[in-house]
Design a protein around this ligand. Structure first.
Ligand SMILES: Cc1cc2nc3c(=O)[nH]c(=O)nc-3n(C[C@H](O)[C@H](O)[C@H](O)COP(=O)(O)O)c2cc1C
Ligand SMILES: [Mn+2]
Length: 501
């Protein structure tokens, strides 16, 4: 699906029957609650938000249905399953060539410009998304644009943005984020870091920026490649940073070093399924953005993608992440015979990685597990890595847990890795560790493959064989049909009263 901007995308989603329009929902909790209740069902377009011009809108759950994420990622209609979709995308990734952004002289984003005294970040219907949130987050479906001062590389990441004052917002970047590394380079030079917060762009940018692309690769180039046509950008007036010409709303500003100025943001309901931090303590050490200009289209549409408690249909994130991890394992990290990769929904997108392999050598499972934890996608936050044999579908949580229960000896086949890359928002960080600003954690590898050196002596699986199944299905088809039919009828028929003794 190619759309030039969010409006064209909305029209396409509506034509697919994937859009729900909602009028009159309040920015304070109502939009957030409807977003949570309808996730996985439809993209939601809110208008007539109380207290704001009728056509200042919010689009939430933009790619949070299976048809929409498949379309945004370019998976053909003929492919249905999650695993096959991830397989298709990882094969596509092997051909990835960045298609750089195309600079144009002007665009709809420049229709309205707030500068100086006119700047007012409250003039948009920013939702308060979750009940215990400590404020209004304008940046959830946001693309944070930064530039590497050394080589000019432009990065886009999704880093939450809270409005604090009319010309002051905050932007939380977890340690290791490309955007934060760019900022640190400016701060080391004694300069403020320029930033552009794009709150409402066409969703291929959202999809691109939510992935752990390699260092040095611009998410603009990735989104262009995904769409098959370059993203058109204009130079934002205050910072010179490239922003999508068709974006809905852009906040430009400067981030001073946190040792000069910082705020507390949140609390905020996060993707692990908890508030960040422990309510009611907000998070300290969040860089602030001094707003230099706000650009917006006529009747702007904010893009909202608040984190929600897993599990839910998190496919939009898991699909691409799984494809990235799969491709990393095969391409950069050289793991042979990978048969499937999936990030389980219950782990949000970053907590449980499952890889199925056809074992070919002793240590193959550990090779795969170490590679998961070496890839950029799997190195971050991934608490559990589960390796399974090729008879297990990694997207099937029941099968994965069966493999863990029956093939993974806790003493012999689990490994704990200390001091790994986590995040300040991790709900398992205790008060002392938080106070020490130590955000690392341990993680576990579960080798749930049959032990390699005696795998041929491993008991066979107690499951009907394909040949016997086919024979029985042919010979006993009437019984099978009747029995399944009867079962449904039986449910519909009222129970027969017992005869009295
Ligand atoms: C909806 C959504 C919200 C996110 N919020 C944050 C956030 O507030 N802070 C953060 O550091 N990462 C956040 N992330 C994760 C990063 O955007 C993601 O890891 C991305 O790959 C980072 O880009 P980078 O590798 O260019 O830094 C969020 C991701 C999504 C999809
Ligand atoms: Mn990046």
């Amino acid at each position: 699906m190619i759309s030039e901007d969010l409006r064209e995308y909305i029209a396409q989603a509506e034509a697919m029957g994937q859009l729900q329009r909602i009028s009159g929902a309040h920015w304070d909790l109502e939009i957030g609650a409807l977003t949570e209740l309808l996730v996985g069902k439809k993209a939601l377009l809110f208008d007539r938000i109380p207290g704001y011009p009728e056509q200042h809108r919010v689009l939430s759950n933009p790619i949070h249905t299976w048809p929409l994420v498949k379309a945004a990622a370019g998976v053909p209609d003929s492919i249905q399953s999650r695993l096959e979709s991830a397989r298709y995308l990882k094969d596509q990734l092997k051909q990835f060539q960045p298609l750089p952004a195309e600079e144009v002289a002007s665009g709809p984003i420049l229709e309205n410009v707030q500068q100086g005294e006119a700047i007012d970040a409250w003039s948009f219907p920013t939702p308060r998304w979750h009940e215990l949130d400590g404020g209004r987050f304008i940046g959830t479906g946001v693309n944070v644009v930064t530039r590497d001062p050394d080589d000019g590389w432009i990065n886009l990441g999704i880093y939450r943005v809270q409005v604090h004052e009319k010309d002051l917002v905050s932007c939380f970047m977890s340690p290791g984020r490309h955007g934060l590394i760019h900022c640190m380079k400016y701060w080391e030079r004694g300069q403020n870091a320029p930033v552009a917060l794009v709150c409402g762009a066409e969703p291929s940018l959202f999809l691109a920026a939510s992935n752990m692309l390699p260092t040095g690769t611009s998410e603009y180039g990735f989104a262009g490649w995904l769409r098959g046509q370059p993203v058109k950008v204009v130079r934002a007036p205050a910072t010179g940073l490239p922003v999508p010409a068709g974006a809905e709303l852009v906040i430009e500003g400067e981030i001073p070093p946190p040792w000069v100025e910082k705020r507390w943001d949140g609390p905020f309901g996060e993707w692990r399924g908890y508030y960040d931090f422990d309510h009611p303590t907000p998070r300290p050490d969040v860089p602030v953005v001094h707003v230099k200009s706000i650009l917006y289209r006529n009747d702007p549409i904010l893009l909202g993608a608040p984190p929600l408690k897993p599990p839910y249909d998190y496919y939009w994130y898991n699909l691409m992440h799984s494809a990235f991890l799969w491709n990393d394992l095969e391409s950069a990290l050289g793991v042979p015979e990978v048969r499937g990769v999936w990030l389980l929904e219950s782990g949000g997108n970053h907590l449980i990685a499952v890889v199925s392999i056809k074992q070919r050598y002793g240590g193959h499972a550990m090779h795969a597990a170490m590679a998961v934890n070496a890839s950029r996608t799997g190195a971050y936050h991934n608490r559990y890595t589960i390796i399974v044999d090729d008879d297990i579908d990694p997207t099937d949580m029941g099968e994965v847990l069966w493999a863990v229960a029956t093939r993974c000896d806790p003493k012999e086949q689990t490994t704990i890795l200390p001091d790994t890359w986590f995040a300040p928002g991790d709900n398992l960080l205790g008060p002392e560790q938080r106070a020490a600003r130590d955000f690392t954690h341990s993680r576990m590898i579960l080798n749930a493959c049959r032990p390699y050196y005696w795998k041929d002596k491993f008991p066979p699986v107690n499951r009907i064989g394909a040949e016997l199944k086919a024979q029985i299905e042919e010979k006993w088809k009437d019984v099978l049909a009747a029995a399944s039919g009867q079962a449904t009828e039986a449910q519909a028929v009222a129970p027969v009263p017992r005869p009295r003794a």
